[in-house]
Design a protein around this ligand. Sequence first.
Ligand code: ZN
Length: 354
Amino acid sequence: MMLDDTTKYEIFRNRDETYSGQFYMGVRSTGIFCRPGCPARTPKAENCLFFQNAEGALKAGYRPCKRCHPMNMPGEASALIKKLINLVESDPERRWSEKDLLANGVDPSTARRQFKSRFGMTFSAYVRQCNLAKARQCLAQGDSVIEAQLCAGFDSPSGFRVAFAKTFGQSPKDVKISPLLIDWIDTPLGTMVTICDEQEVYLAEFTVRKNLQGQLEKLTTAYKRPILPGRNDITMLVETQIKSYFHGSLKSFDLPIKTTGTDFQNGVWQALCDIPYGQTRSYAQLATAIGNDKAFRAVASSNARNGLAIIIPCHRVINKGGALGGYAGGLDKKRWLLDHEARVSKSSNRAAAP
Ligand SMILES: [Zn+2]
């Protein structure tokens, strides 16, 4: 049976498991390949290409997806192969030697033979392909060639260049750095700016926020990626959800978010996400929620450093006496957001009443 690419793409969109093992899909933007039935979001069609088998995808420099485990398909992968694949996934930095395999109770020659007969390459070739794919992601994110070489576990620069060129048909230094994309959303409270890449949202802020430029510069420095205007699936997902929030039809966000903070800040931001829609907490209560009663000042400053306005609901934190406290986007916005949530909660309670 011959399926054309459009049909194959549809099979992926429908998460149709029945075709699992019959073909594979590589995603150019992430360097990952999947099997039909993968639960991950289906990328845009122009980023996808198809392979008849896992070997083809590996040789083209794609890494197996951690959600759908395409290397385990079709179903008859031996326990040994599954074990080896899991070992590599659990410790991607390691250079697997025969000694490591033996230490994990795996006979190296059995591993070599089974891998070869199933994937047309040895286990060590498989590990090398995974590492090259990882190196390519490093380069695309702005790492230097030497960093990518070390990340791929190559001692020699020329060995790395040759292996890389053989797999990807280009030299490591020619890999284009993928930019972070900036886009704008109109809301009842004015324009919001978003920064996304192919996988996550990094920033969502009102354009009037103090020191927005400084925040953007911090992102380009931290991730070594330029910021360019553009839209992708994530941008559109963020826009849809923000608009639904303002419309009153969305109460909690379901977005892949990327935060750039210390462990403490990340803890505070997580605790913010746990405050239910339509409710408020004081800075002191938030400090208690993260198990650090005395830290309410640090909590307040982490709150102010939240770069994902509304999505991480820092507007739900107010002063102990009920005064609004601060808000980077302006207190009028904070008031509006709290009133909006109170209004929506009330009308949905009314609707639920008998
Ligand atoms: Zn997948």
